[in-house]
Design a protein around this ligand. Sequence first.
Ligand SMILES: C[C@H](O)[C@@H](O)[C@@H](O)[C@H](O)C(=O)O
Ligand SMILES: [Mg+2]
Length: 431
Amino acid sequence: MLESKITHLTVCDVRFPTSLEQHGSDAMHTDPDYSVAYVVLETDSDAALKGYGLTFTVGRGTEIVVCAVKALSTLVVGKTLKEIIGDFRGFYRLLSSDGQMRWVGPEKGVIQLATAAILNAVWDLWARVEGKPLWKLLVDMDPAKLISCIDFRYITDALTEQEALGEEQMLKEGYPAYTTSCAWLGYTDQQLTQLCSEALAQGWTKFKVKVGADLQDDIRRCSLIRKLIGPNNTLMIDANQRWDVNEAITWVTKLAEFHPLWIEEPTCPDDVLGHASISKALAPLGIGVATGEQCHNRVMFKQFLQASALQFVQIDSCRVGSVNENLAIILMAAKFNVPVCPHAGGVGLCELVQHLILFDYVSVSASLNNRMCEYVDHLHEHFKSPTIIRNAHYIPPKDPGYSCEMLEESVQKHQYPQGEVWRAIEMQGNA
Ligand SMILES: C[C@H](O)[C@@H](O)[C@@H](O)[C@H](O)C(=O)O
Ligand SMILES: [Mg+2]
Protein backbone atom coordinates (compact mmCIF):
# COMPACT_ATOMS: atom_id res chain seq x y z
CA MET A 1 0.00 0.00 0.00
CA LEU A 2 3.03 2.23 0.20
CA GLU A 3 2.72 2.49 -3.59
CA SER A 4 -0.66 4.24 -3.20
CA LYS A 5 -0.78 7.56 -4.93
CA ILE A 6 -2.43 10.56 -3.28
CA THR A 7 -5.16 11.49 -5.77
CA HIS A 8 -7.07 14.23 -3.96
CA LEU A 9 -6.69 16.60 -1.06
CA THR A 10 -9.84 18.10 0.43
CA VAL A 11 -9.90 20.68 3.19
CA CYS A 12 -12.90 21.81 5.26
CA ASP A 13 -13.47 24.79 7.52
CA VAL A 14 -14.94 23.18 10.66
CA ARG A 15 -15.92 25.39 13.59
CA PHE A 16 -17.50 24.76 16.97
CA PRO A 17 -19.37 27.62 18.68
CA THR A 18 -17.45 27.21 21.95
CA SER A 19 -17.36 30.95 22.63
CA LEU A 20 -21.08 30.88 23.41
CA GLU A 21 -20.23 29.26 26.75
CA GLN A 22 -16.79 30.82 27.21
CA HIS A 23 -15.01 27.48 26.79
CA GLY A 24 -11.40 28.15 25.86
CA SER A 25 -11.47 31.82 26.93
CA ASP A 26 -8.29 33.47 28.15
CA ALA A 27 -6.88 36.96 28.68
CA MET A 28 -6.29 37.53 24.95
CA HIS A 29 -8.77 35.22 23.23
CA THR A 30 -12.03 36.21 24.84
CA ASP A 31 -14.38 34.61 22.31
CA PRO A 32 -12.65 31.55 20.85
CA ASP A 33 -14.71 29.35 18.57
CA TYR A 34 -12.56 26.23 18.55
CA SER A 35 -12.00 25.27 14.92
CA VAL A 36 -9.95 23.15 12.58
CA ALA A 37 -8.81 23.18 8.99
CA TYR A 38 -9.59 19.50 8.37
CA VAL A 39 -7.64 17.73 5.64
CA VAL A 40 -8.48 14.41 3.97
CA LEU A 41 -6.01 12.77 1.60
CA GLU A 42 -7.56 10.31 -0.82
CA THR A 43 -5.50 7.61 -2.50
CA ASP A 44 -5.90 5.30 -5.46
CA SER A 45 -5.51 2.27 -3.17
CA ASP A 46 -8.04 -0.57 -3.50
CA ALA A 47 -8.73 -0.43 0.19
CA ALA A 48 -10.01 3.15 -0.19
CA LEU A 49 -7.21 4.17 2.08
CA LYS A 50 -7.37 7.76 3.35
CA GLY A 51 -5.22 9.98 5.56
CA TYR A 52 -6.79 12.48 7.95
CA GLY A 53 -5.08 15.57 9.33
CA LEU A 54 -5.94 18.85 10.94
CA THR A 55 -4.63 22.01 12.44
CA PHE A 56 -6.28 23.87 15.27
CA THR A 57 -7.42 27.45 14.75
CA VAL A 58 -9.89 29.85 16.30
CA GLY A 59 -13.00 30.91 14.33
CA ARG A 60 -12.53 33.40 11.49
CA GLY A 61 -8.82 32.62 11.09
CA THR A 62 -9.76 29.19 9.77
CA GLU A 63 -10.75 30.64 6.41
CA ILE A 64 -7.19 31.81 5.77
CA VAL A 65 -5.63 28.52 6.85
CA VAL A 66 -7.98 26.67 4.48
CA CYS A 67 -6.76 28.89 1.59
CA ALA A 68 -3.15 28.16 2.51
CA VAL A 69 -3.79 24.39 2.57
CA LYS A 70 -5.34 24.65 -0.90
CA ALA A 71 -2.34 26.59 -2.14
CA LEU A 72 0.04 23.89 -0.88
CA SER A 73 -2.05 20.97 -2.10
CA THR A 74 -0.44 20.81 -5.56
CA LEU A 75 2.82 19.79 -3.87
CA VAL A 76 1.14 16.72 -2.40
CA VAL A 77 -1.37 15.44 -4.94
CA GLY A 78 0.18 12.98 -7.39
CA LYS A 79 2.86 11.74 -4.98
CA THR A 80 2.96 8.18 -3.68
CA LEU A 81 3.40 7.52 0.03
CA LYS A 82 6.56 5.62 -0.85
CA GLU A 83 8.06 8.66 -2.57
CA ILE A 84 7.20 10.86 0.41
CA ILE A 85 8.57 8.67 3.17
CA GLY A 86 11.52 7.62 1.03
CA ASP A 87 12.74 11.19 1.45
CA PHE A 88 10.53 12.68 4.16
CA ARG A 89 13.07 15.40 4.93
CA GLY A 90 12.99 16.41 1.28
CA PHE A 91 9.20 16.41 1.24
CA TYR A 92 9.10 18.48 4.42
CA ARG A 93 11.38 20.98 2.78
CA LEU A 94 9.32 20.98 -0.40
CA LEU A 95 6.32 22.15 1.63
CA SER A 96 8.09 24.46 4.05
CA SER A 97 10.55 26.00 1.63
CA ASP A 98 8.59 26.29 -1.60
CA GLY A 99 10.21 29.23 -3.36
CA GLN A 100 7.00 31.20 -3.78
CA MET A 101 5.03 30.18 -0.71
CA ARG A 102 7.83 30.65 1.83
CA TRP A 103 7.58 34.41 1.41
CA VAL A 104 4.38 34.38 3.45
CA GLY A 105 6.14 32.49 6.25
CA PRO A 106 8.75 31.21 6.27
CA GLU A 107 7.93 28.33 8.60
CA LYS A 108 5.60 30.37 10.75
CA GLY A 109 2.05 31.64 11.01
CA VAL A 110 -0.70 30.57 8.67
CA ILE A 111 1.55 28.80 6.20
CA GLN A 112 3.09 26.68 8.96
CA LEU A 113 -0.36 25.82 10.33
CA ALA A 114 -1.34 24.69 6.83
CA THR A 115 1.87 22.66 6.51
CA ALA A 116 1.06 21.02 9.84
CA ALA A 117 -2.45 20.05 8.73
CA ILE A 118 -1.15 18.44 5.54
CA LEU A 119 1.81 16.66 7.13
CA ASN A 120 -0.39 15.43 9.99
CA ALA A 121 -2.56 13.77 7.33
CA VAL A 122 0.50 12.22 5.67
CA TRP A 123 1.69 10.79 9.01
CA ASP A 124 -1.82 9.48 9.67
CA LEU A 125 -1.82 7.80 6.27
CA TRP A 126 1.58 6.23 6.86
CA ALA A 127 0.58 4.90 10.29
CA ARG A 128 -2.63 3.43 8.86
CA VAL A 129 -0.69 1.69 6.09
CA GLU A 130 1.57 0.15 8.74
CA GLY A 131 -1.53 -0.77 10.80
CA LYS A 132 -0.17 1.02 13.87
CA PRO A 133 -1.07 4.02 16.02
CA LEU A 134 1.37 6.80 15.21
CA TRP A 135 3.27 6.58 18.52
CA LYS A 136 3.96 2.89 17.85
CA LEU A 137 5.10 3.64 14.32
CA LEU A 138 7.55 6.14 15.81
CA VAL A 139 8.89 3.99 18.64
CA ASP A 140 9.32 0.96 16.36
CA MET A 141 11.08 2.95 13.68
CA ASP A 142 14.73 2.44 12.98
CA PRO A 143 16.47 5.50 14.53
CA ALA A 144 18.22 6.37 11.27
CA LYS A 145 14.89 6.38 9.46
CA LEU A 146 13.37 8.54 12.17
CA ILE A 147 16.18 11.05 11.98
CA SER A 148 15.82 11.16 8.20
CA CYS A 149 12.40 12.78 8.73
CA ILE A 150 13.88 15.82 10.47
CA ASP A 151 15.08 18.95 8.73
CA PHE A 152 18.19 19.97 10.68
CA ARG A 153 18.61 23.19 8.72
CA TYR A 154 19.20 26.12 11.15
CA ILE A 155 19.60 23.95 14.27
CA THR A 156 22.91 22.13 13.74
CA ASP A 157 24.66 24.50 16.15
CA ALA A 158 22.39 23.07 18.90
CA LEU A 159 21.82 19.50 17.69
CA THR A 160 23.46 17.49 14.95
CA GLU A 161 22.19 14.44 13.17
CA GLN A 162 24.86 12.32 14.87
CA GLU A 163 23.89 13.43 18.40
CA ALA A 164 20.21 12.87 17.72
CA LEU A 165 20.88 9.27 16.77
CA GLY A 166 22.59 8.63 20.12
CA GLU A 167 19.56 9.73 22.16
CA GLU A 168 17.27 6.79 21.45
CA GLN A 169 15.96 4.82 24.48
CA MET A 170 13.11 2.46 25.78
CA LEU A 171 9.37 1.80 26.70
CA LYS A 172 6.32 2.27 29.18
CA GLU A 173 2.58 3.19 29.44
CA GLY A 174 -0.06 5.70 30.75
CA TYR A 175 1.15 9.28 30.54
CA PRO A 176 0.35 11.80 33.31
CA ALA A 177 -2.04 14.57 32.32
CA TYR A 178 -3.11 17.91 33.77
CA THR A 179 -6.42 19.66 33.24
CA THR A 180 -7.17 23.17 32.01
CA SER A 181 -10.93 22.71 31.70
CA CYS A 182 -11.76 23.88 35.25
CA ALA A 183 -10.60 27.47 35.06
CA TRP A 184 -11.06 29.28 31.75
CA LEU A 185 -10.94 33.01 32.22
CA GLY A 186 -14.61 33.56 31.44
CA TYR A 187 -15.84 31.03 34.01
CA THR A 188 -17.47 32.21 37.23
CA ASP A 189 -16.09 31.32 40.68
CA GLN A 190 -19.03 29.00 41.11
CA GLN A 191 -18.24 27.16 37.86
CA LEU A 192 -14.59 27.00 38.85
CA THR A 193 -15.43 25.52 42.27
CA GLN A 194 -17.78 22.95 40.82
CA LEU A 195 -15.50 21.85 37.98
CA CYS A 196 -12.49 21.69 40.23
CA SER A 197 -14.28 19.57 42.84
CA GLU A 198 -15.50 17.21 40.14
CA ALA A 199 -11.98 16.93 38.70
CA LEU A 200 -10.50 16.16 42.12
CA ALA A 201 -13.06 13.42 42.57
CA GLN A 202 -12.02 11.96 39.19
CA GLY A 203 -8.41 11.77 40.31
CA TRP A 204 -6.91 14.92 38.77
CA THR A 205 -3.92 16.28 40.68
CA LYS A 206 -2.60 19.00 38.35
CA PHE A 207 -4.59 22.09 37.40
CA LYS A 208 -4.04 25.11 35.16
CA VAL A 209 -5.71 28.47 35.71
CA LYS A 210 -6.03 31.34 33.25
CA VAL A 211 -4.72 34.65 34.55
CA GLY A 212 -3.61 38.01 33.24
CA ALA A 213 -6.66 40.21 32.77
CA ASP A 214 -7.11 41.57 36.32
CA LEU A 215 -4.74 41.06 39.24
CA GLN A 216 -7.41 41.08 41.97
CA ASP A 217 -9.43 38.48 40.03
CA ASP A 218 -6.30 36.37 39.64
CA ILE A 219 -5.53 36.52 43.34
CA ARG A 220 -9.09 35.52 44.18
CA ARG A 221 -9.23 32.71 41.63
CA CYS A 222 -5.79 31.29 42.48
CA SER A 223 -6.53 31.42 46.17
CA LEU A 224 -9.84 29.66 45.61
CA ILE A 225 -8.31 26.92 43.51
CA ARG A 226 -5.29 26.46 45.81
CA LYS A 227 -7.69 26.00 48.74
CA LEU A 228 -9.72 23.47 46.79
CA ILE A 229 -6.78 21.40 45.60
CA GLY A 230 -4.70 21.66 48.79
CA PRO A 231 -0.96 22.29 49.15
CA ASN A 232 0.29 19.08 47.54
CA ASN A 233 -1.43 19.16 44.17
CA THR A 234 0.09 21.10 41.31
CA LEU A 235 -1.07 24.49 40.06
CA MET A 236 0.02 26.18 36.83
CA ILE A 237 -0.96 29.64 35.57
CA ASP A 238 -1.32 30.82 31.96
CA ALA A 239 -1.38 34.48 30.84
CA ASN A 240 -1.57 33.92 27.07
CA GLN A 241 0.97 36.67 26.25
CA ARG A 242 -0.86 39.39 28.11
CA TRP A 243 2.04 41.26 29.75
CA ASP A 244 5.18 43.23 29.04
CA VAL A 245 8.32 41.71 30.53
CA ASN A 246 8.55 43.74 33.77
CA GLU A 247 4.82 43.65 34.23
CA ALA A 248 4.98 39.85 34.02
CA ILE A 249 7.60 39.70 36.75
CA THR A 250 5.69 42.00 39.09
CA TRP A 251 2.33 40.33 38.46
CA VAL A 252 3.56 36.78 38.87
CA THR A 253 5.50 37.72 42.00
CA LYS A 254 2.15 38.72 43.49
CA LEU A 255 0.79 35.25 42.68
CA ALA A 256 3.84 33.43 44.05
CA GLU A 257 2.11 32.70 47.37
CA PHE A 258 -0.09 30.20 45.50
CA HIS A 259 3.03 28.28 44.41
CA PRO A 260 2.43 27.86 40.70
CA LEU A 261 4.84 25.42 39.05
CA TRP A 262 4.99 27.58 35.94
CA ILE A 263 3.79 30.77 34.36
CA GLU A 264 2.82 30.03 30.78
CA GLU A 265 3.19 32.54 27.91
CA PRO A 266 3.89 35.53 30.16
CA THR A 267 4.69 37.83 27.25
CA CYS A 268 5.07 38.03 23.46
CA PRO A 269 5.84 34.50 22.24
CA ASP A 270 8.65 35.83 20.00
CA ASP A 271 10.57 37.53 22.80
CA VAL A 272 13.33 35.06 23.63
CA LEU A 273 15.38 37.44 25.77
CA GLY A 274 12.26 38.72 27.53
CA HIS A 275 11.43 35.15 28.54
CA ALA A 276 15.02 34.72 29.71
CA SER A 277 14.69 37.78 31.99
CA ILE A 278 11.39 36.51 33.36
CA SER A 279 12.88 33.05 33.96
CA LYS A 280 15.80 34.57 35.82
CA ALA A 281 13.61 36.81 37.98
CA LEU A 282 11.14 34.08 38.89
CA ALA A 283 13.62 31.26 39.50
CA PRO A 284 14.21 32.27 43.16
CA LEU A 285 10.44 32.02 43.70
CA GLY A 286 10.45 28.46 42.37
CA ILE A 287 8.32 29.41 39.36
CA GLY A 288 9.37 28.26 35.89
CA VAL A 289 8.43 29.69 32.50
CA ALA A 290 6.53 27.53 30.03
CA THR A 291 5.88 28.40 26.42
CA GLY A 292 5.52 26.93 22.95
CA GLU A 293 1.88 26.84 21.89
CA GLN A 294 2.53 29.86 19.64
CA CYS A 295 6.24 29.26 18.99
CA HIS A 296 6.73 29.40 15.22
CA ASN A 297 9.26 26.68 14.58
CA ARG A 298 12.30 24.65 15.72
CA VAL A 299 14.62 27.64 15.36
CA MET A 300 12.64 29.63 17.90
CA PHE A 301 12.67 26.66 20.28
CA LYS A 302 16.42 26.35 19.78
CA GLN A 303 16.93 29.95 20.84
CA PHE A 304 14.60 29.63 23.84
CA LEU A 305 16.63 26.62 24.95
CA GLN A 306 20.01 28.22 24.27
CA ALA A 307 19.01 31.33 26.21
CA SER A 308 17.58 29.37 29.19
CA ALA A 309 14.39 31.28 28.47
CA LEU A 310 12.01 28.45 29.30
CA GLN A 311 11.92 25.62 31.80
CA PHE A 312 9.05 23.70 30.18
CA VAL A 313 8.83 23.06 26.43
CA GLN A 314 5.25 23.10 25.24
CA ILE A 315 5.24 21.41 21.88
CA ASP A 316 2.06 21.65 19.83
CA SER A 317 1.02 19.06 17.26
CA CYS A 318 -0.49 21.59 14.86
CA ARG A 319 1.53 24.81 15.19
CA VAL A 320 4.87 23.66 13.75
CA GLY A 321 5.67 21.40 10.80
CA SER A 322 3.96 18.27 12.12
CA VAL A 323 5.78 15.21 13.48
CA ASN A 324 8.91 16.04 11.48
CA GLU A 325 9.55 19.37 13.18
CA ASN A 326 8.33 18.17 16.59
CA LEU A 327 10.92 15.37 16.49
CA ALA A 328 13.61 18.03 16.19
CA ILE A 329 12.14 20.00 19.11
CA ILE A 330 11.77 16.93 21.34
CA LEU A 331 15.39 15.90 20.72
CA MET A 332 16.69 19.42 21.37
CA ALA A 333 14.72 19.59 24.63
CA ALA A 334 16.34 16.30 25.68
CA LYS A 335 19.77 17.62 24.88
CA PHE A 336 19.17 20.74 26.98
CA ASN A 337 17.58 18.63 29.71
CA VAL A 338 14.30 20.56 29.68
CA PRO A 339 11.05 18.60 30.11
CA VAL A 340 8.49 18.52 27.30
CA CYS A 341 4.95 19.24 28.56
CA PRO A 342 2.80 19.54 25.43
CA HIS A 343 0.11 22.08 24.76
CA ALA A 344 -3.18 20.37 23.96
CA GLY A 345 -6.91 21.01 24.03
CA GLY A 346 -8.42 23.02 21.19
CA VAL A 347 -9.88 20.67 18.62
CA GLY A 348 -7.96 17.41 18.28
CA LEU A 349 -4.74 18.63 19.91
CA CYS A 350 -5.01 16.03 22.71
CA GLU A 351 -5.77 13.29 20.18
CA LEU A 352 -2.64 14.12 18.20
CA VAL A 353 -0.08 15.16 20.78
CA GLN A 354 -0.53 12.06 22.96
CA HIS A 355 1.35 10.15 20.23
CA LEU A 356 4.28 12.56 20.41
CA ILE A 357 4.56 12.55 24.19
CA LEU A 358 4.46 8.75 24.29
CA PHE A 359 7.29 8.74 21.78
CA ASP A 360 9.18 11.25 23.93
CA TYR A 361 8.85 9.02 26.98
CA VAL A 362 9.51 5.68 25.31
CA SER A 363 12.32 6.64 23.00
CA VAL A 364 13.85 9.87 24.26
CA SER A 365 13.44 11.12 27.83
CA ALA A 366 12.53 7.90 29.68
CA SER A 367 11.48 10.15 32.54
CA LEU A 368 8.27 11.47 34.04
CA ASN A 369 10.03 13.98 36.24
CA ASN A 370 8.22 17.33 35.91
CA ARG A 371 6.54 15.96 32.79
CA MET A 372 2.84 15.99 32.01
CA CYS A 373 0.60 16.57 29.06
CA GLU A 374 -2.24 19.09 28.97
CA TYR A 375 -5.77 17.73 28.78
CA VAL A 376 -8.84 19.77 28.00
CA ASP A 377 -12.20 18.11 28.11
CA HIS A 378 -13.95 19.61 25.09
CA LEU A 379 -14.97 18.28 21.67
CA HIS A 380 -13.51 14.76 21.90
CA GLU A 381 -16.88 13.33 20.91
CA HIS A 382 -16.28 14.49 17.33
CA PHE A 383 -13.38 12.08 16.79
CA LYS A 384 -13.39 8.49 15.56
CA SER A 385 -10.71 7.50 18.09
CA PRO A 386 -11.02 9.98 20.97
CA THR A 387 -8.43 10.14 23.73
CA ILE A 388 -8.89 7.80 26.67
CA ILE A 389 -8.14 9.31 30.05
CA ARG A 390 -8.00 7.07 33.08
CA ASN A 391 -7.15 8.38 36.53
CA ALA A 392 -5.68 11.57 35.05
CA HIS A 393 -3.46 9.65 32.62
CA TYR A 394 -3.53 9.38 28.84
CA ILE A 395 -3.95 5.71 27.93
CA PRO A 396 -1.87 4.93 24.80
CA PRO A 397 -4.11 4.80 21.71
CA LYS A 398 -4.31 1.49 19.84
CA ASP A 399 -6.10 2.35 16.58
CA PRO A 400 -3.89 2.71 13.49
CA GLY A 401 -3.10 6.27 12.48
CA TYR A 402 -2.60 9.66 14.11
CA SER A 403 -6.10 9.85 15.71
CA CYS A 404 -7.00 12.76 13.39
CA GLU A 405 -10.13 11.33 11.80
CA MET A 406 -13.32 13.17 12.70
CA LEU A 407 -16.86 11.80 12.53
CA GLU A 408 -18.34 12.61 9.17
CA GLU A 409 -21.52 13.88 10.79
CA SER A 410 -19.54 16.29 12.99
CA VAL A 411 -17.68 17.69 10.00
CA GLN A 412 -20.93 18.17 8.05
CA LYS A 413 -22.78 19.84 10.90
CA HIS A 414 -19.96 22.21 11.82
CA GLN A 415 -18.72 23.22 8.39
CA TYR A 416 -18.62 26.98 8.23
CA PRO A 417 -20.83 28.69 7.13
CA GLN A 418 -23.12 26.08 5.58
CA GLY A 419 -23.31 23.46 8.38
CA GLU A 420 -26.55 23.18 10.34
CA VAL A 421 -25.00 24.39 13.62
CA TRP A 422 -23.89 27.66 12.03
CA ARG A 423 -27.11 28.12 10.08
CA ALA A 424 -29.07 27.79 13.34
CA ILE A 425 -26.84 30.35 15.07
CA GLU A 426 -27.27 32.74 12.15
CA MET A 427 -31.04 32.36 12.24
CA GLN A 428 -31.11 33.09 15.96
CA GLY A 429 -29.01 36.19 15.30
CA ASN A 430 -31.43 37.40 12.64
CA ALA A 431 -34.53 36.69 14.71
C1 LIG B 1 -7.67 30.12 23.06
C2 LIG B 1 -7.21 28.84 23.73
O1 LIG B 1 -8.25 28.30 24.49
C3 LIG B 1 -5.99 29.03 24.65
O2 LIG B 1 -6.40 29.77 25.76
C4 LIG B 1 -5.43 27.68 25.08
O3 LIG B 1 -4.85 27.05 23.99
C5 LIG B 1 -4.47 27.78 26.24
O4 LIG B 1 -3.45 28.70 26.08
C6 LIG B 1 -3.94 26.47 26.79
O5 LIG B 1 -2.84 26.47 27.30
O6 LIG B 1 -4.67 25.48 26.72
MG1 LIG C 1 -1.69 28.17 27.11
